[in-house]
Design a protein around this ligand. Structure first.
Ligand SMILES: Cc1cc2nc3c(=O)[nH]c(=O)nc-3n(C[C@H](O)[C@H](O)[C@H](O)COP(=O)(O)OP(=O)(O)OC[C@H]3O[C@@H](n4cnc5c(N)ncnc54)[C@H](O)[C@@H]3O)c2cc1C
Ligand SMILES: *[C@@H]1O[C@H](CO)[C@@H](O)[C@H](O)[C@H]1NC(C)=O
Ligand SMILES: *[C@@H]1O[C@H](CO)[C@@H](O)[C@H](O)[C@H]1NC(C)=O
Ligand SMILES: *[C@@H]1O[C@H](CO)[C@@H](O)[C@H](O)[C@H]1NC(C)=O
Ligand SMILES: *[C@@H]1O[C@H](CO)[C@@H](O)[C@H](O)[C@H]1NC(C)=O
Length: 532
């Protein structure tokens, strides 16, 4: 599936640079280092932020933000060096020197990219690592926050909750995810029906562009601002910080979880779920995850319903009784807790875990991951659900998740942001496979299973196999940035962005016509420009 054509030219460069940079210390890279020094502020010495393979902590710095063990392998291509920027001038220098030395740059914030795009490339490359740039300035008076992109969602949630229990950043549910990646690609969490995507709340940004200029929303203009809020910021520049509106939540909110161990005998519940879940009160969000637990010989499909209600449990119970009595939610299933505590419960931390856990940066990756996404447009019939459950029992490992849409998502224009999946969708569908066996053979096996399940799902989901960029999936197509770059880009681009892809290409062609900011699934420049 991987079409990683290393051209002869880049292979040659790889050798030259690898020999120059990787097998010896930085004294052999004087021109490049001189360039970095020249272009950064003298008061901010850049060598302290550089890790070459000869520096003893190179591997640990690289591995610290590898969140997918599929790419923690000796065969995974490694960066020539890692620049852990401590100052904006380091980012400016990195861009200017990478351009003049023909090196590819990968930008990493939280390292959760499902295809490792932020720290793996088949061309000679280095990693610009953003983890040192993680200031979070919360201003409750005007209900906003400036957040540097190296911050994790957990840090943002903690810093906001320190100042207010009724304000929240509308981000995703996994605390270790980086702000840079999730906001750049759209961002959704369990308040998406009430507050929309994360990017719907972003009101300003600081970006370093391909010429090393530091721009804010006013100076970059509305088109570029639009592109870096959902179009995959790494095609357009390095985002240093985003400014967000904070949304209001009640304190407490109600959280509940219901697990049903044999969904084949409870098809009616899933059938009803898919008919109502996008039409419920905007304050109510119910996620469904279906898996086949590996216990005993009796294989069954288990359903886990996670519920967040922006209100108290009494009102939640009455809403559920009226709209979804089949689920059988009871008072004892519900907890009235702060939103931050509900997030910890949502992500499976043991009850009583202190919220300071959100500040921890130690989140060792525990598995190899493959993800695929789709959009559910119509409810699935009982017959269809029965077939899906049978297939899940056959394949065992792939997990099927539904994240409901509707609510305000129905009222936001599909071109308001590059993320196009608004009205007309019942739910975002995720197919998720985690495995622990290392190596390429296991990876092939599990990725095959995942793809087989994805193909199997085709009669039930979007006809053109729409997808969500933050669930990056190389099977949708990859770009080798040769003469077919635009056509290759269109293969994944229309799935992620639908017709917004055209506008993204137009903006890309204006702001980065030489395609410096590129990766396997970046926005290509217009064929009119690249051929001239
Ligand atoms: C365990 C887990 C849970 C998740 N949960 C959710 C969820 O609840 N909701 C959701 O919407 N998504 C979720 N995701 C997907 C997640 O949003 C994306 O993987 C996101 O891109 C990760 O951001 P990151 O900064 O951690 O990743 P990185 O790998 O660092 O970056 C991802 C992409 O963004 C680019 N990028 C990063 N920083 C910058 C920057 N400063 N400027 C320009 N480009 C940049 C990278 O180059 C790369 O292309 C989850 C992923 C995982 C692994
Ligand atoms: C890595 O080694 C180089 C010398 O080879 C040195 O200049 C640099 O400061 C070292 N990096 C760190 C973070 O110590
Ligand atoms: C990643 O690989 C390295 C080198 O093989 C290993 O030491 C490390 O424990 C691995 N990381 C994880 C989280 O498994
Ligand atoms: C946060 O506030 C400090 C102090 O006012 C300021 O120096 C810094 O630039 C701000 N950071 C962001 C990301 O806005
Ligand atoms: C992957 O699937 C194909 C058929 O779809 C099969 O021929 C192949 O053997 C599978 N590979 C692995 C590693 O399971």
């Amino acid at each position: 599936m991987k079409t990683s054509n290393i051209s002869l030219l880049s292979f040659f460069f790889f050798f030259v640079f690898f020999t120059a940079l990787a097998t010896s210390d930085s004294t052999n890279n004087k021109p490049f280092l001189d360039c970095l020094n020249t272009h950064s502020e003298p008061s901010q010495p850049i060598p302290k932020a550089l890790y070459f393979p000869t520096n003893s902590s190179y591997s640990s710095v690289l591995q610290f933000y590898i969140r997918n063990l599929r790419f923690n392998d000796s065969t995974t291509p490694k960066p020539l060096f890692i620049l852990t920027a401590m100052h904006v001038s380091h980012i400016q220098a990195a861009i200017l020197c990478a351009k003049s030395h023909g090196l590819e740059m990968r930008i990493r914030s939280g390292g959760h990219d499902f295809e490792g795009v932020s720290y793996v490339s088949n061309s000679p490359f280095f990693v610009l690592d953003m983890f040192n740039l993680r200031a979070i300035n919360v201003t409750i008076e005007d209900e906003t926050a400036w957040i540097q992109t190296g911050a994790t969602l957990g840090e943002v949630y903690y810093r906001v909750s320190e100042k207010s229990k009724i304000h929240v950043f509308p981000g995703g549910t996994c605390p270790s995810v980086g702000v840079g990646g999730i906001v750049g690609g759209g961002g959704f969490g369990n308040m998406v029906r009430k507050h929309g995507m994360t990017v719907d709340s972003i009101i300003d940004a600081i970006l370093v562009d391909v010429n090393g200029r530091v721009l804010d929303r006013a100076s970059m203009g509305e088109d570029l601002f639009w592109a870096i809020t959902g179009g995959g910021a790494s095609s357009f520049g390095v985002v240093v910080a985003y400014k967000t509106r904070l949304v209001r939540v009640p304190n407490p909110v109600a959280f509940a979880v219901i697990q049903i161990s044999n969904m084949q005998n409870n098809i009616d519940i899933v059938y009803k779920f898919l008919r109502i879940v996008d039409k419920l009160d905007n304050d109510l969000f119910i996620k469904l995850a279906l898996d086949v637990p590996k216990t005993g010989d009796q294989k069954t499909v288990r359903g886990t319903f996670l519920i967040l209600f922006l209100g108290d449990s009494e009102k939640l119970l009455s809403l559920m009784k009226k709209n979804f009595p089949e689920l059988g939610l009871k008072k004892g299933d519900c907890a009235d807790i702060s939103w931050v505590d509900s997030l910890l419960r949502w992500t499976n931390f043991p009850i009583g875990t202190p919220t300071t856990v959100l500040l921890s940066r130690i989140h060792p990756a525990t598995a190899c991951l493959k993800r695929k996404s789709d959009l559910l447009k119509n409810p699935i019939s009982k017959k269809g659900l029965d077939l899906i459950f049978k297939k899940m029992i056959e394949l065992e490992t792939p997990v099927l998740k539904f994240f409901p849409y509707g609510g305000v998502m129905n009222t936001i224009s599909s071109s308001a942001k590059p993320f196009p999946h608004r009205a007309g969708n019942i739910a975002l569908v995720e197919i998720a496979t985690n495995w622990n066996e290392p190596g390429a053979e296991a990876a092939n096996y599990y990725m095959n299973l995942t793809n087989e399940f994805y193909e199997f799902m085709s009669p039930f989901v979007s006809e053109s196999r729409e997808a969500y960029l933050d669930y990056r999936d190389f099977n949708l197509g990859v770009n080798n940035h040769g003469p077919d770059s635009y056509v290759q880009g269109a293969s994944y681009g229309y799935k992620y962005f639908k017709n917004n892809f055209d506008k993204l290409v137009e903006i890309k062609s204006k702001v980065d016509p030489d395609n410096f900011f590129r990766n396997e699934q970046s926005i290509p420049v217009s064929p009119l420009i690249s051929s001239s």
